[in-house]
Design a protein around this ligand. Structure first.
Ligand code: GUN
Ligand code: FE
Length: 464
């Protein structure tokens, strides 16, 4: 459930940590009013307050404070392909449009220019935390980590491991080469200095692209690399599309199933982020739960490249951690709001499928997901998939202040339709906060995201 609190004061200390909250604002809370930020306005634009001057953000009518979104799955090198290639299914899509786009990142200068723009655009859509796949290139992926770091985005950045079944010109020459580059990236990201006052924002993540693109030897080496770093996050794709699944079974005849491939190599564990998971078997679902891995639900992409529909209700019923992923450019845009809307539609379509919906009477399986669950997926759910639930995901004293000022302006107002100018939503006189949140989630887009804060620092937005 969401606790709505209509008037409270939220204090942020100069190191970006939530210091105090008046009222009982509990977990999964959406807060109406942020009264005080303990940073001065000038420094807030640039960085962190050094002297703790008080600046105030008082929300206007139609505005509320939402925990920052977590995008648990996206591909930075694919952004130039956004909104293209939608006629393909996964395997052809990879070969015809995706690998050629990623190959361009061998040019490190291009990488710096592209990734600066990617991070700027992602932040404008509201993900304060983002799990990025890079390309297979070390230098380009370092540039991606640099851009996240300097923009102040919380991020996981991984270099794709792929030593087979790609193209002749876009594939790593050997498992050893792949591992060495991965180790170099981990080292590099660990040298990025943390914020002056908090723990690092940018983390390395081990990124075997998917089982098809990794030889047995590479997966084995990645497994030992992972065991050297037991806390490190891992991300990969799983059970997205029918052809992908049957090819995986062909390549790993000794594995019991797709999830079993990753498990065989020690890559299925707490902190593993499994992208898609559209067609997991009962055995696989149980294994994912047992290993405490999380799932990145990517509904926009799953519709766009016709992969399937993930049974999120079932996963949540089993206590599996689930977050949302935009999966750019399988998805059309780095928009978590769009992803929320498509997660909602996915669950509604599943609920209309009698063979699925009639089997379940309690829990979420087979039902349309409620608003509180959808908001959870976009925030605290994503945070727990990344093992950051103790740090971010909602407004609790001691957590870091990652937040959005959501804005649903009223009728009239300055400019085209007032506020950010989205003609599709506006608040009505008697709207409760609950109604406002619903309007934002289902009618909103980036124009309704006024300001974006990571760890108390303003990193994006059109406000002020
Ligand atoms: N499977 C392997 N690589 C990819 C990718 O880049 N995008 C998606 N959607 N699935 C994949
Ligand atoms: Fe993906």
């Amino acid at each position: 459930t969401i606790e709505y609190s209509s008037l409270s004061i939220l204090g942020i200390s100069s190191n970006g940590i939530i210091d105090f909250i008046t009222n009982n604002v509990t977990s999964d809370s959406v807060d109406r009013t942020i009264e005080t930020l303990l940073c001065d306005a000038e420094n807030m634009k640039k960085g962190w307050s050094k002297d703790g001057n008080v600046a105030r953000i008082v929300l206007k009518n139609g505005e509320f404070l939402c925990p920052g979104f977590v995008d648990t799955h996206t591909h930075a090198p694919q952004f130039p392909n956004l909104a293209r290639g939608q006629q393909y299914e996964l395997m052809d899509w990879l070969k015809c449009v995706t690998f050629p786009a990623e190959e361009r990142l061998k040019d490190t200068e291009y990488a710096s220019v592209l990734y600066k723009e990617v991070v700027r655009r992602v932040l404008a859509f509201g993900p304060t935390t983002c799990c990025y796949y890079g390309s297979l290139h070390l230098e380009a992926t370092k540039a991606l980590a640099d851009e996240c770091h300097s923009a102040g985005q919380r991020a996981f950045v991984g270099k794709c491991n792929m030593d087979r079944h790609s193209s002749e010109t876009y594939v790593e020459p050997s498992p050893l080469h792949s591992i060495q580059a991965t180790e170099a990236l981990i080292k590099y990201i660990h040298t990025l200095s943390p914020l002056p006052t908090s723990s690092p924002l940018v983390h390395p993540i081990i990124t075997p692209r998917f089982a098809i693109s990794c030889s047995d030897e590479l997966l084995k080496s990645l497994g030992s690399l992972a065991s050297k770093h037991p806390q490190m996050a891992i991300q990969t794709h799983i059970s997205e599309n029918a052809k992908e699944i049957s090819f995986t079974k062909e390549l790993f005849p000794s594995a019991p199933h797709y999830a079993g491939v990753y498990d065989m190599y020690g890559l299925l564990r707490k902190g593993t982020v499994l992208g898609h998971a559209c067609h997991l078997s009962e055995e696989e679902i149980q294994l994912v739960k047992q290993r405490d891995a999380g799932i990145a639900h990517c509904p926009t992409s799953n519709f766009n490249i016709r992969s399937g529909m993930a049974r999120v209700g079932c996963y949540l019923d089993r206590g599996i951690k689930v977050g949302l992923g935009t999966d750019c450019s399988g998805g059309y845009a780095p928009s978590i709001l769009r992803t929320i809307q498509d997660a909602c539609i996915t669950s509604k379509i599943l609920s209309l499928t009698p063979t699925i919906s009639s089997q379940f009477t309690s829990g979420l399986e087979g039902k349309h997901l409620p608003i509180s669950t959808l908001l959870h997926l976009a925030t605290l759910g994503g945070a727990s998939v990344c093992c950051l639930e103790d740090k971010i995901g909602n407004f609790v004293v001691g957590k870091e202040f990652d937040a959005l000022v959501a804005s649903v302006p009223g009728a009239g107002g300055e400019g085209r339709f007032g506020g950010g100018g989205n003609p599709g939503v506006w608040y009505q006189e008697n709207d409760t906060l609950e109604t406002l949140v619903e309007r934002f989630m289902f009618g909103g887009d980036d124009r309704n995201i006024k300001d974006v804060y990571v760890c108390g620092r303003k990193v994006s937005g059109w406000g002020q």
